[in-house]
Design a protein around this ligand. Structure first.
Ligand code: SF4
Ligand code: MG
Length: 330
């Protein structure tokens, strides 16, 4: 098959007042049609910059980015523009993407108009179908975004992203602003939509537990680099990178003896500045398993199992599981 999205050795760096910031530093992965790749990392790790490069909001510095087999970095500006509708974005706060003065129907109709659906009746029918697809009642078509609840607004944002039948949707923290009951509804909606359309998702989140409910595979990002990529179950049961293990250990969980939520484990140390990432393995300043070579040699991102990749000196050579970390709080 042709991948819905293929990212190869992608670098995104910016000149800023504080100096050069390499937000994405040599990231590679592919997503198949109908697949969801979860992308997890702490705030500032570069995951949003990666998402913006994929939807052409920022230009990659180097590497390649192919949408349904078309390498954007090899195309003219005009050809890139023509591919833009194939990749859509759903934001954490949909308000930013929804014109507050436009009624829902107009918000959904505009992209159709701009992309050559000339017949008004056809556009109206498509708007009605989109509203139904995301579970919004037809009478809401005439409402303004601020008259929607938070959950309804996110449904409208999803409908807008779906209007042109994209091959890929970048979902950037799409449920982080919603309360837990609404989160489940929106995640279910995304899943239903995917089954019906075979759209591929890059699902960006700082929260591994959200991604667990939706991703087929999960990529873990730290300071601009992928440190692990694996099928969801593999990542959960057999994490190969100490950072992944620390993220899993940091999730709140039930203490079976008391039925209380146990104390969370914390990852020791602060996230280093992305302007001056540590030499060698970027995680060495926080890794309890760090060895002298970790301070000088950057581990390669290599296969450690079936469909499983990681960048750690301890797992790269042998493919063995990373030992458990002793970072639990008493
Ligand atoms: Fe830790 Fe070294 Fe592995 Fe980096 S390479 S994650 S510092 S053990
Ligand atoms: Mg972000």
């Amino acid at each position: 098959h042709v991948d819905a999205l293929e990212v190869d050795d992608l670098v995104v760096s910016y000149r800023t007042a504080r100096g050069r910031l390499t937000a994405v530093d040599g990231v590679s992965f592919a997503i198949a049609p109908g697949e969801t790749l979860g992308l997890v990392g702490e705030s500032g790790c570069g995951k949003s910059s990666l998402g913006k490069a994929i939807v052409q909001l920022v230009e990659p510095t180097s590497g390649s980015l192919a949408v349904e087999g078309h390498d954007l970095t090899a195309l003219s500006a005009r050809e890139r523009r023509a591919l833009r509708p194939r990749v859509q974005m759903v934001f954490q706060d949909p308000s930013g993407a929804l014109d507050p003065r436009q009624r829902a129907g107009t918000i959904l109709e505009t992209p159709l108009k701009l992309n050559g659906v000339r017949d008004r009746a056809e556009r109206r029918a498509r708007v009605a179908a989109l509203m139904e697809q995301v579970g919004l009642r037809p009478e809401l078509t005439d409402r303004l975004p601020h008259e929607f609840s938070g959950g309804q607004r996110q449904r409208l944002g999803i409908a807008r992203a779906l209007a042109l039948n994209p091959g890929v949707i970048v979902c950037d923290e799409p449920v982080s602003a919603l309360d837990v009951s609404l989160q489940a509804q929106v995640l279910n909606l995304l899943r239903t939509v995917q089954r019906a359309t075979r759209v591929a998702y890059l699902f960006i989140s700082h929260d591994l537990s959200v991604v667990e409910h939706i991703a087929d595979r999960v990529a873990i990002m730290y300071l601009g680099k992928l440190v692990e990529l694996a099928p969801r179950e593999t990542l959960w049961r057999n994490p190969a990178h100490p950072y992944t293990r620390a993220l899993i250990d940091a999730l709140p969980r039930m203490d079976p003896t008391t039925s209380r939520i146990a104390d969370k484990t914390v990852i020791s140390g602060d996230l280093p500045s992305p302007y001056t990432p540590p030499a060698g393995c970027r995680f060495h300043t926080r890794c309890p398993l760090a060895e002298p070579r970790c301070r000088t040699d950057a581990p390669a991102f290599v296969p450690v199992g079936i469909d499983h990749f990681a960048a750690c000196h301890l797992t790269g050579a042998t493919g063995t599981k990373a030992p458990a970390l002793a970072t639990h709080l008493p």
